[in-house]
Design a protein around this ligand. Structure first.
Ligand code: NAD
Length: 428
């Protein structure tokens, strides 16, 4: 059993890439720790009048290329190590797609599902009160992440504007459309990953209608991806959520699944109520219930982890049958698994490229917040495609030139771009 943590996993990849790109001695240290780690305690008054305090973090990894940028997650297990790893990945990601930001991440150790809406709002406002001097459109610009949403972004913007007595729509992204949000932000992560997958399939002269895809996670990233692929003729053979998944070799209709998930809370909802399933109907539709572990090892062409980190490990990597993995989730593959996948010829499009559509649309929202413009959905889509394909091209080129995996190449592109900015700033 590996004792690695999210940050040590990040460092394993980082160090192997730093070695390959032959940085000058001493420069390695630039990437070992974040520039700033801010920690505060947030105290709120519960609806029953009692007080509760939650640990909160804002980790700012690197801002050589522009203001820090990265989401805030509300999760009882969000600890400093995890937030630090996510901040570092953000810095690589913004550099890979070449948008003018650095990397940061925030977290509050809280389970928002145990709080009322009023209490969640207090947590959001307290976060901004505590970290206010480290936030701002030109300093550090947060966004939604696990368990945070446009409403929370709106409360945070409101709190920031009150405290600074300013109009600052660009201090945060992922806002509601009626309060400075951007069209296309909700689908951007999946859309960005879709553009890359489609480009890869075109370049390899593969036929989408022959491509069987399994998707783990049916939330914002996974469900939109399933729909984009289905509409383009790919065969989505399996989807799952936290309660398990369904598999059909003939392909499933993600729109129908989404409808049932909305009604029943589970992707299996069309066939099962809890653990009781309509076996007859499943047989008729050629559908089987599967576990999340089984989904990862299915006989398919493309595997898309779009839920949790650390799911493709040295334990299951050798049994993965997909030829291509597109990481919509952050950190789904461990370094040990990466080595096995590489040996087996599985091409991995890494998270720092594959899911960069979300932060790219955040950049568009930030730009619109600063200029006062409102872009159409068509403009957002066109610009997103251009940015994602440029990032993909840079990674492909680096991988070919340096004989690296796509993850190594993405890290190399990101590190080199950060180094270039640090050099001209005179930091090194
Ligand atoms: P979400 O909360 O909308 O959806 C998560 C999905 O994962 C849900 O369907 C949930 O049921 C499922 N899930 C939870 N636990 C699971 C388990 N144990 N096994 C299988 N499935 C499980 O989240 P999201 O926004 O779609 O994010 C998913 C992943 O994509 C995360 O790793 C996130 O960091 C990454 N990501 C998302 C965005 C974005 O813009 N949404 C951007 C970049 C990266």
């Amino acid at each position: 059993m590996s004792t690695s943590t999210p940050y040590t996993r990040f460092q394993t990849t980082l160090h192997s890439v730093l070695k390959k790109i032959n940085l000058e001695r001493g420069d390695n240290a630039l990437f070992d720790e974040p520039q700033f780690s801010h920690k505060k305690d947030l105290t709120i008054t519960r609806d029953d009048g009692s007080k509760d305090t939650f640990h909160a973090f804002r980790i700012q990894y690197n801002n050589a290329r522009g203001p820090f940028k990265g989401g805030i997650r509300f999760h009882e297990h969000a600890d400093e190590d995890e937030v630090k790893a996510l901040a570092a990945l953000m810095a690589i990601k913004t550099a890979v797609v070449n948008i003018p930001f650095g990397g940061a991440k925030g977290g509050v150790q809280v389970n928002p599902k145990e709080l009322s809406k009023k209490e969640v709002q207090q947590v959001a406002r307290a976060y901004v009160q505590e970290f206010q001097e480290n936030l701002g459109p030109d300093i550090d610009c947060p966004a939604p992440d696990v368990n945070t949403n446009p409403d929370i972004m709106a409360w945070m913007r409101d709190e920031y504007e009150k405290l600074t007595r300013s109009y600052s729509p660009a201090m945060i992204t992922g806002k509601p459309l009626e309060f400075g949000g951007s069209k296309g932000r909700d689908t951007a992560t999946a859309r960005g990953g879709f553009f890359i997958l489609q480009e890869m399939v075109d370049r390899l002269a593969l036929d989408p209608s022959d491509m069987r895809v399994a998707i783990q996670g049916f939330g914002n990233a996974g469900a939109h991806m399933a729909k984009f692929l289905h509409n383009e003729g790919y065969i989505v053979v399996a989807v799952s959520d936290s309660q398990g998944g369904i598999y059909s070799p003939e392909g499933i209709d993600p729109v129908r699944i989404a409808k049932y998930k909305e009604k029943t809370g589970a992707v299996t909802g069309e066939y099962c109520e809890g653990s009781v399933c309509d076996i007859g109907r499943m047989k008729m539709d050629d559908v089987q219930k599967i576990t999340n572990a089984e989904l990862l090892e299915l006989d398919c062409d493309i595997l898309i982890p779009a839920a949790l980190d650390n799911v493709i490990t040295e334990d299951n990597a050798k049994r993965i049958k997909a030829q291509y993995i597109l990481e919509l989730a952050n950190g789904p593959t461990t370094p040990e698994a990466d080595a096995i996948l590489e040996k087996n010829g599985v091409r991995v499009i890494p998270d720092v490229l594959a899911n960069a559509g979300g932060v790219t649309a955040s950049y568009f929202e930030w730009s619109q917040g600063r200029s006062g413009e409102q872009w159409t959905a068509k403009i957002v889509d066109e610009r997103l495609k251009r940015v994602m394909l440029e990032g993909y091209k840079a990674v492909r080129r680096e991988a070919r030139r340096e004989d690296m995996t796509y993850r190594e190449a993405a890290f190399a592109v990101g590190i080199k771009r950060m180094m270039a900015a640090m050099k001209v700033r005179g930091w090194i």
